[in-house]
Write a protein that binds this ligand. Structure first.
Ligand code: NOJ
Length: 741
């Protein structure tokens, strides 16, 4: 610590000057001064991130740059004390943890947060997570995950913002801002880590960790987009992914890590590997041993290794053998020291053990609001919802997710406490327990339960009450990392439970809590109304109670296409057009005559058994009210490349409820130097409308936002005709045309 003191004092003085350039100079001077004092071993120590194992002596020796998963606050403070007061240079350790959708107060899983189409709310969620996590000493989270997820088999779709690069970019940026706050050096700010760089969500077959085969065109036009956006939003760190793309593991991909991230985007933060992803290049068959893996990762530009220790064990030797350059090591260490400097760790390395801000009332309120806006109304026959407590005198609450305190929190709830979760059963009881009769019969104990003995009891209850609410879905452990599925139907006997309940003839409201879209068209058909709530977190119960009984109106929209069957996957709205697009007159399997002759004439691109359309398109969601969209008006039909398109549409609330509508802007570039998607989301707005009220919704779209990576791998707007929609989802609405010349 002694050696740092004079540098810190000068840093403080210059920070006070308030001049960005001087602050930056000071940062550089500070980092360079410190770097000069470091031995090679100390530099390699900074590049080493370990899962906390109680080894204080390694910290004292300067062998640890960052730790993850220190769960005991006293150990955390002692570990930091060892780094700051007992290591030769006193460099603080950067303390990290997966704080993905909340720390103690759990917000909906990221897929649910994306369904809100409300970036302010998502930013607030990340801010709450940062405030709570930093009060326990955590200053670095491994989020947001901005992997484009077009495959619901992939368990990590739960942790994503869905299939669309624009929505994911907006939500990823919001999370970065929320985690990092206005000033990274504030003790309540935590560094974001944008992951997994890159292509991880395109795992073949939706099986986690699997290979990907994305071309540069698809990478640049789709998968890299949210990562680039997060860089502009100021994300402090990136994490390399587990997958190999086109044969090259992400932790050794110098094209992505050096050419794109550093040179094209100008990133000056830290790149960390995923857990063990450097050593895993050995089983990949990309490196002979861990030493060679370390060499490939350093040379590709991975600054810090998470957990697998091939850096700490091999870099010194690799430098001596001149297989990696000390210049590259210095650059990585610069990035790490700079991050610690920006986080204010040199000045303020310790957390105050008495600062306890978890579950603050405004945190719970924000979590409830997020869960409310994240819930999607998929079906509402005969206006079954909202249930009216005046008309309904009794209700049956059933299903394995009605009172699933743990599972309702969803994947990545390391620090969420199930005792704090409020379930729908509890919330409905609190709201209506003294007004209507509530019978609770779980039917099944948990989602995978195949013991059908409880179903009869649930049916008997349903027969006695005016309506039934069945809470079904997936336990938290069925989605998330390494939890991919090859079948997306309801697990256990949930389908039987639903059939038996609907056979009573009483109205049945199905509420699904899951980590992904499930292929549940048959069950949806049987129910009167369906709400879909991706695992909604701590306050999911009160949010759902409000929605079911009309104290709130659903406004969530699908952030991902819901497939009818697993066989339709990958299915996403912004696909390219085939030369033989489906035309809705397809002859399905059941219509083909026996011994029909083979022909390719008039054939189109669809499945004989499930057609072309998905169960629900991207951007879909109903309300208790109805909205009417008038025709779209443009400020011109001819635009130059520097112009701004103004698109206006009047939306009217034609129903009985005051409600929010998520109004969506899409475009299509009709002819391109490469095939262009059939629609692309370019903007959205959440608009509140009273019954009978109309509002003009205006989108300002710079023509430059029609640019894409073209056939010559240049980012440019191409001249020609375009379509534009303002619509309630990705499938509906009438387009207007314009030209760009
Ligand atoms: C592996 C996961 O892929 C990554 O997302 C996570 O942040 C790390 N483990 C750390 O837990």
């Amino acid at each position: 610590m002694k050696l740092l003191k004079s540098a810190i004092v000068t840093a403080g003085v210059l920070l006070l000057s308030g001049c960005a350039d001087i602050t930056k100079d000071k940062e550089t001077v500070f980092v360079e001064e410190l770097l000069k004092r470091m031995t090679l071993e100390e530099k390699i120590g900074q590049m080493n991130q370990v899962n906390w194992n109680g080894n204080y002596s390694h910290v004292k020796k300067g062998m640890v740059g960052s730790v993850l998963n220190v769960t005991n606050i006293n150990e955390l403070i002692e570990m930091q004390r060892c780094a700051v007061e007992e290591s030769r240079l006193g460099i603080p350790v950067l303390i990290s943890r997966d704080v993905i959708h909340g720390y103690r107060t759990m917000f909906p899983i990221p897929l649910g947060q994306a369904a809100t189409f409300n970036p302010e709310l998502v930013e607030k969620g990340a801010r709450v997570a940062a405030i709570e996590a930093s009060s326990d000493g955590i200053r670095w989270t491994f989020a947001p995950m901005v992997d484009i997820s077009r495959d619901a088999r992939w368990g990590r779709i739960a942790e994503s913002c869905g299939e669309d690069q624009y929505l994911t970019s907006v939500m990823g940026d919001a999370m970065v801002k929320g985690f990092q706050g206005d000033d990274l050096s504030s003790p309540t700010s935590i560094a974001a880590c944008v992951k997994h760089f890159v292509g991880y969500g395109a795992a073949e077959g939706g099986r986690d960790y699997n290979s990907t085969g994305l071309t540069e065109n698809v990478l640049r036009n789709v998968y890299l987009k949210p990562f680039e956006s997060a860089c502009s939003a100021g994300a402090a760190t990136y994490m390399t992914s587990f997958n190999d793309n086109d044969g090259i593991p992400a932790s050794a991909n110098e094209f992505i890590l050096r050419s794109v991230l550093r040179n094209e985007w100008g990133f000056d933060g830290v790149v960390v590997s995923d857990w063990g992803s450097i050593a895993e290049m050995v089983p990949h068959g990309f490196a002979e041993n861990r030493k060679s893996a370390a060499m490939k990762s350093v040379n590709a530009g991975v600054d810090m290794e998470m957990e697998s220790r091939s850096y700490i064990e091999n870099i010194a030797e690799l430098v001596n053998e001149k297989k990696v350059s000390e210049r590259d090591i210095d650059n990585s260490v610069r990035n790490i020291l700079r991050l610690k400097y920006r986080l204010g760790l040199f000045e303020n390395p310790y957390v105050d053990p008495n600062s306890n801000v978890v579950y603050a009332p405004d945190h719970l309120q924000a979590a409830k609001q997020a869960a409310t806006q994240a819930t999607i109304l998929l079906k509402n026959n005969n206006r079954t919802l909202p249930l009216n407590e005046g008309r309904i005198k009794s209700v049956t609450i059933t299903g394995p997710m009605a009172h699933a305190k743990h599972d309702q929190m969803g994947t990545w709830s390391f620090d969420g406490e199930k005792e704090k979760t409020v379930t729908p059963l509890e919330a409905i009881g609190d709201m209506l327990g003294d007004k209507i009769k509530i019978i609770y019969e779980p039917g099944l104990a948990y989602s995978r339960d195949n013991d059908k003995t409880g179903i009869n009891k649930a049916v008997k209850a349903a027969q006695q009450t005016d309506a039934t609410i069945v809470f079904v879905g997936e336990e938290a452990i069925l989605s998330g990392e390494a939890h991919s599925l090859s079948n997306l139907d309801f697990v256990g006997a949930q389908s039987e439970l639903i059939s038996a309940l609907t056979a009573t003839g009483k109205p049945v409201v199905m509420v699904v809590m899951a980590g992904r879209p499930l292929t549940i068209g048959n069950e949806i058909d049987k129910c009167d109304a369906v709400l879909y709530s991706f695992h909604p977190g701590t306050m999911g119960g009160p949010a759902l109670a409000d929605l079911i009984f009309g104290k709130a109106v659903p406004s969530g929209k699908t952030p991902v296409t819901f497939p009818k069957t697993v066989g339709q996957i990958p299915v996403y709205y912004n696909h390219n057009m085939t030369g033989r697009p489906a035309n809705r007159n397809e002859t399905l399997m059941c219509d083909i005559p026996v011994e029909a002759g083979q022909t390719s004439l008039g054939c189109t691109s669809f499945y004989l058994d499930s057609g072309f359309d998905p169960l629900y398109p991207f951007g879909y969601g109903l309300s208790y009210t109805t909205f009417e969209y008038e025709g779209v008006k443009l400020n011109s039909v001819n635009f130059g490349k520097n112009d701004i398109i103004t698109a206006v549409c009047t939306i009217k609330n034609t129903g009985d409820y005051e409600a929010d509508e998520v109004v969506q802007l899409y475009t299509r570039d009709l002819v391109g130097s490469i095939n262009r998607p059939v629609r692309e989301l370019k903007g959205f707005k959440r608009v509140s409308l009273k019954p009978g009220e109309s509002k003009e919704v205006t989108f300002e779209l710079p023509v430059s936002e029609l640019a894409f990576w073209n056939r010559n791998m240049q980012y440019a707007v191409e001249e020609g005709e375009f379509h534009l929609w303002i619509s309630p989802n990705s499938k509906s609405g009438q387009p207007v045309s314009f030209r760009v010349d």
